[in-house]
Design a protein. Structure first.
Length: 375
């Protein structure tokens, strides 16, 4: 039975690769458009908003600052989450830093043997979140031009993550009685070494993230050309879902930035249900998309992850965040007329982001050359 599953998996993978290769050969102009759109998303939005937070999360752990903050928030981690005190800053940064920051922090803690594999997998279920730079800056200021709605989406996401964290801690309380035995003393390193190591780590994360976004953007166009997305839209429409949900469903599954752009575009429909907009955006940002999930998997490649559990908890997080957004919007009685709130549109320097990525590549090359020369 296992051999049949493996054979089926390899066959489907081979068929997909062949079809994808044929598509790239027959439609080079379409694939180039996908690359161009992917570059615009990465260098216009993701790199300038996420790079500082990814570096900061890594530097806190490498420099030992996480240990100091861990002592301050030790009671929270120990009494509420049943985790080592050093995990407190990583949990905090995962709420405010953006999608890869929490995964990067978990990876650093696991590699330094501060947490074990079970604790790392548990943290992964609530430490993958969109940060305020993305929700407030990209969604609130640029896409829907309503910071109050964006603020509610951010608050709902944080609350849903904390609810899941507390429930998981309570359910696994008996299994974490001896968690303190997993802690090891971290070897102290100098400031300059911590700085260089954190730059190297953040550079790798950003480069992997950018190429994954570009690949998934091409993949969306490929699936669209095969009429797969159109077929899924028809099925969802037949099940009673609205046109807006049906059209953006597949993009929500794949990639978060473009899906939020697509959702925000529906505000121009004369019959559009504005009450649906914040709920859809909350669901999309909390789910994160397969592109973000693959980024997480690449960062935590040394950790054996139960993928089914991960996807189930991402969906649960997204569903809970969407419900909380609906409730908070009703309580706050916010005007959902998007066009009534005209904020100045912020601009990002795409050239600056490209230069940053090039500098990251040069930095990584230089680090590798120095390591080889030492060896």
């Amino acid at each position: 039975m296992i051999k049949i599953k493996e054979l089926l998996k390899k066959t489907l993978t081979l068929i997909f690769i062949i079809l994808f290769g044929i598509f790239l050969v027959l439609h080079p102009d379409v694939s180039c458009l996908g690359v161009k759109e992917g570059f615009e998303i990465c260098f216009g939005t993701l790199v300038p908003s996420l790079f500082p937070f990814v570096f900061f999360a890594s530097f806190m752990i490498n420099s030992g600052a996480a240990n100091i903050l861990g002592k301050i928030f030790a009671k929270i981690s120990e009494k509420i989450f049943f985790l080592p005190p050093e995990t407190a800053p990583v949990i905090f940064l995962s709420m405010i830093g953006g999608f890869p920051v929490g995964a990067k922090g978990i990876s650093e803690l696991f590699e330094k043997k501060i947490i074990n594999s079970k604790q790392a997998e548990r943290m992964l279920k609530f430490c993958v979140n969109a940060g305020p730079a993305f929700i407030l800056g990209v969604i609130g200021n640029n896409l829907i031009k309503n910071l109050r709605i964006a603020g509610i989406i951010l608050a709902s996401q944080i609350i849903s993550a904390l609810i899941i964290a507390i429930i998981l801690a309570f359910l696994e309380k008996d299994n974490n009685k001896n968690y303190k035995n997993n802690n090891l003393k971290i070897k102290k390193i100098c400031f300059s070494e911590a700085l260089i190591k954190s730059c190297e780590s953040a550079s790798l994360v950003m480069i992997n993230m950018c190429f994954l976004v570009i690949i998934f953007n091409i993949l969306y166009i490929f699936l669209y050309s095969l009429q797969i997305i159109y077929f899924c839209n028809r099925i969802l429409s037949g099940l009673g879902f609205s046109q807006e949900i049906s059209e953006c469903f597949f993009q929500i599954i794949l990639e978060v930035t473009k899906s939020c752009q697509m959702i925000s575009n529906y505000k121009n429909y004369y019959n559009y249900n504005y009450d649906l907009l914040p709920r859809l955006l909350a669901f999309a940002t909390s789910w994160g998309g397969l592109c973000v999930h693959f980024q997480v998997f690449s960062i935590l490649k040394n950790l054996k992850i139960n993928y089914l559990n991960f996807f189930l908890f991402r969906f649960l997080n997204a569903l809970l965040s969407s419900c909380l957004t609906f409730v908070l919007v009703k309580i706050q009685n916010i005007n959902l007329d998007i066009n009534s709130c005209n904020l100045p549109k912020t601009s990002t320097n795409i050239l600056g982001s490209i230069v940053l990525i090039v500098c990251c590549l040069i930095f990584l090359l230089d680090i590798n050359l120095k390591n080889k020369s030492k060896n």
